[in-house]
Design a protein around this ligand. Structure first.
Ligand code: ZN
Length: 338
């Protein structure tokens, strides 16, 4: 083989490689045609992953970080999460200081031009942050659970719609259509919630929970959070505090108190027994019900489960909520670490 011929062959090969790269690049106009072309998104807790999936649909590749069923408040990402973060175009977090270790890792490892978007922090002015039993002002961390309130979940979806529209060329109409369907479904959910909650006298809508996850929801939907067992350092209360809570439960005459599926609480069980009220230990705030791919495995399925549970435990009629079928507005292909 002469030197000239070899050069020609190499040139031809280079041309083919270049054409292949160009052809692959064309997919950018048509995100969704292949994984390599899709905007790459990371999310933290599962409810946020689900909300982002409802807007992003098949035009973004979504990978969750916090495994379901782990305590998101104390979660520390494994070093392997750095690998994912180094590749994504955007990281959606709740903010309000929920995911500080993940945020710090992201700031160190994300590529140039990639962004961290704090959905919660952008949804509420600091003057409206809730500080309460588990999240006292002195601790410096506000109650971060905005997503358990459908009105804030809708704001998250709106921010995601606007943000994705900027990042994905020609994606705007698709994300808007998904958002509009998601909004219509949340509106119907909201109506079913209000109808069901109205069957419980306002004065009896009292929540004593283990994990303090419903502050914003309670304010918007006419419930009172009368206490939370889990204190700011995620430890159980002292014997004296438990005794005071038992008195409080007896005085307020609530028919039920609520535990969290993620934080089993012998203390709350004890309070329930001694105050002679039902102890319902299945509420969840970030562990989605069902398995990935099932309709209840969604932000909406999670909240629907909680609100039916609360209504029935309080002696209300949850039939309006039960007639409403929660689920995703587009197939959810996000990755949920288990
Ligand atoms: Zn929580």
């Amino acid at each position: 083989m002469t030197a000239t011929l070899r050069t020609k062959r190499l040139t031809a090969l280079a041309a083919i490689v270049a054409m292949t790269i160009l052809a692959a690049g064309c997919g950018d106009d048509d995100a969704g045609s292949g994984d390599g072309d899709r905007l790459s998104v990371a999310t933290t807790v599962a409810p946020i992953t689900s909300i982002v999936a409802n807007i992003g649909g098949d035009r973004v590749k979504i990978t969750g970080i916090v495994p379901e069923g782990t305590n998101s408040h104390t979660f520390e990402p494994k070093p392997s999460v750095a690998e994912l973060l180094s590749q994504v175009d955007v990281l959606y977090v709740n903010g309000l200081k929920l995911e500080e270790p993940t945020k710090e890792l992201a700031e160190r490892t994300m590529k140039g031009g990639a962004d961290i978007v704090e959905l919660g922090t952008r949804s509420i002015p600091a003057s409206e942050y809730a500080y309460d039993f588990s999240f006292p002002k002195s601790g410096g961390k506000p109650n971060p659970h905005l997503w358990t309130d459908p009105l804030y979940a809708l704001r998250y979806a709106q921010i995601v719609r606007n943000d994705l529209s900027k990042r994905v060329p020609d994606g705007g109409a698709y994300f808007k259509a998904n958002y509009d369907r998601f909004k219509a479904k949340i509106d119907a959910f909201d109506r079913a919630m209000r109808t069901s909650f109205a069957t419980i006298p306002r004065a009896e809508r009292k929540l004593l929970t283990y994990h303090d996850a419903y502050a914003y929801f309670a304010k918007d939907y006419g419930w009172d959070v009368i206490g939370a067992i889990q204190v700011s350092d995620f430890e159980d209360p002292t014997a004296k505090e438990v005794a005071a809570l038992i008195d409080q439960v007896r005085e307020t005459k609530v028919p039920a108190i609520f535990g969290s599926e993620v934080f089993p609480s012998p203390v709350l069980e004890q309070i329930g027994k001694e105050a002679d009220v039902k102890y319902v230990d299945v509420l969840r705030d970030d562990d989605l019900p069902g398995e990935p791919g099932e309709p209840e495995h969604s932000w909406m399925g999670l909240m629907h489960f909680d609100f039916v549970t609360m209504t029935e435990a309080m002696g209300g009629d949850a039939s309006a909520l039960k007639a409403f079928k929660p689920g995703d507005v587009v197939p959810d292909t996000a990755e949920y670490p288990q």
